[in-house]
Design a protein around this ligand. Structure first.
Ligand code: ZN
Length: 506
């Protein structure tokens, strides 16, 4: 072999090595970005929120860019956004606070809240501000052009949000400023129209698609911020903090501000669990409940794919409230066992509400019933919490029967249909008994019918098939039928729509 040939061969080897390195690099890069894409979910809507909180008048100023993708199989001419804060207006027709709860929700007397839209632009073009719906609960945005399936449009909004002095999802108390359902969120298009559900007192009447969020919040530097997603960076300037946050593939974005928060954290799997609290004698135990719940449900249902999870104590009249990566736990829950129980329940919602979405306005049992039963499953696998599941089920059955009896003697026939709109329940009590309590009894009966092994296998199937999507009762039935290889339509129907006869155990 000649010298020049050797040179040529050497050159070839160098080129081939470089090509191999390049290919390897591309493969590694593809693998890394593929992992990121699990959370990006390909093409979903992106929200960019630029928020500034002014404590002196309890207002939040927002500049919002919604890079909206039409994920439906129809051409859209308009878009709709829910304006949930308007349910807190003085003259609201549909109110999140039941009159029976007024005193507790408004300890200093009624306080008004709402959202004022200052400007609307579509791809840079100014639009008329059209606040509509049957209770000023919807912002309708007319598009410049038809929006075809798969196409994107940029909707720019400017607004001011007034936070009421109300111990609710949206409002403030002595310890916390709660920002739940505070910004215009895209309404879901279904069966020929956008959902315009009102924000009433029954249930959690929210329903939304997975989206990505880039959020910047400016607030007084003596506040501590708890939020959905990952807090990337906080800077200080002129007595103000500015925090940037990224939350990918979540159904909603929420945050809580407090001057009284202490924070502790602990890692489980790939998730850092935070506990934001005040007035807790055993904060480590409360944090551990969140950690145990994430790790138990990871094993039972499928992996929680996010880096953060925050359990946040808050001024809130109900027991707790779920948002993606963040839950409120009410400081009004006095019994510590109940407080822990709320942490477990709200954590289960990360699977049944956020990761697997469902229409909580039409089938609240689908997430609430399963979440309640998941809480019982947690105790089955965490004996140290000393909760007797049989006792708990018996108590559920007795209280359900007692409620239906009292209801019948007072109002006539008791409607036990589970799949109905939240506004079709006569009140919060009936909603809770039919959705939560009957829901737990239903899932218990289902597990007894098909066996524990099949039951857990079907839940894993249901999770895997519907993660990041929206599931319907039919999707759930299908998972249970595929795993058990038997028809369960009649069984589900008798519980959900029919009148399964329940009676006390002997
Ligand atoms: Zn719940």
């Amino acid at each position: 072999m000649s010298k020049s040939n050797k040179k040529k061969i050497a050159l070839k080897i160098v080129i081939i090595s470089l090509i191999l390195l390049l290919v390897l690099g591309i493969v590694i890069f593809a693998l890394i970005s593929c992992k990121d894409n699990i959370l990006k979910q390909g093409e979903i809507t992106n929200y960019t929120l630029n928020l500034s909180f002014d404590e002196s008048n309890n207002t939040l100023t927002g500049i919002q860019e919604t890079d909206y993708i039409n994920n439906y199989e129809v051409v859209l001419k308009t878009l709709e956004f829910h304006l949930y804060p308007n349910a807190f207006r003085t003259d609201a027709v549909y109110r999140p606070v039941n009159t029976l709860n007024y005193q507790r929700a408004y300890p200093n007397g009624f306080s008004s809240g709402g959202i004022t839209i200052k400007s609307v632009k579509v791809d840079g073009q100014s639009k008329e501000i059209n606040v509509t719906g049957n209770d000023k609960n919807i912002l309708e945005v007319e598009l410049n052009d038809d929006l075809y399936p798969g196409d994107r449009v940029l909707v720019q909004l400017e607004y001011v949000v007034q936070l009421p002095n109300c111990l609710h999802r949206f409002g403030y108390g002595d310890n916390t400023y709660n920002f739940g359902n505070f910004y215009p969120i895209a309404s879901i298009y279904e069966q020929g129209s956008f959902r315009e559900d009102n924000y009433g007192a029954n249930g959690d009447p929210f329903y939304s698609q997975m989206s990505n969020y880039d959020v910047t919040i400016t607030y007084d530097d003596d506040f501590i911020l708890a939020s959905s997603g990952e807090q990337l960076n906080t800077t200080l300037s002129n007595g103000l903090k500015t925090t940037t946050i990224n939350a990918d593939a979540v159904r909603d974005f929420a945050f809580v501000l407090s001057k009284n928060f202490s924070v502790i954290s602990k890692k489980t799997g790939n998730t850092m669990v935070y506990y934001y609290y005040y007035d807790d004698a055993t904060p480590e135990k409360s944090l551990q409940a969140g950690v145990d719940a994430i790790s138990t449900f990871n094993n039972l249902f499928g992996e929680y794919p996010y880096k953060t999870y925050s359990v946040v104590k808050a001024n809130f009249i109900h027991g707790g409230m779920e948002y993606p990566n963040l839950v409120y736990i009410s400081d009004s829950v006095e019994d510590y066992e109940d407080y822990i129980n709320v942490i477990i329940h709200e954590t289960a919602h990360q699977w049944w509400y956020n990761l697997v979405g469902s229409n909580a306005c039409e089938y609240a049992w689908l997430d609430e019933g399963l979440t309640e039963f998941s809480t019982l499953l947690f105790y089955r696998y965490n004996k140290g919490y000393n909760v007797n599941i049989e006792d708990s089920l018996n108590a559920s059955l007795s209280s359900y029967l007692l409620f239906s009896e009292i209801y019948e003697s007072a109002y006539g026939e008791f409607n036990s249909t589970m799949s109905r709109n939240v506004n079709d329940f006569s009140g919060e009590m009936e909603y809770v008994y039919v959705t939560y309590v009957k829901g737990v009894l239903f899932f218990d009966s289902l597990e007894e019918t098909i066996g524990e092994k099949n039951f857990l296998k079907a839940l894993k199937h249901y999770f895997k098939e519907n993660e990041f999507k929206i599931a319907t009762p039919d999707d759930m039935i299908s998972s249970f039928e595929i795993v058990t290889k038997r028809s369960l339509e009649g069984f589900f129907d008798s519980w959900i729509n029919g009148k399964v006869i329940l009676q006390n155990y002997d």
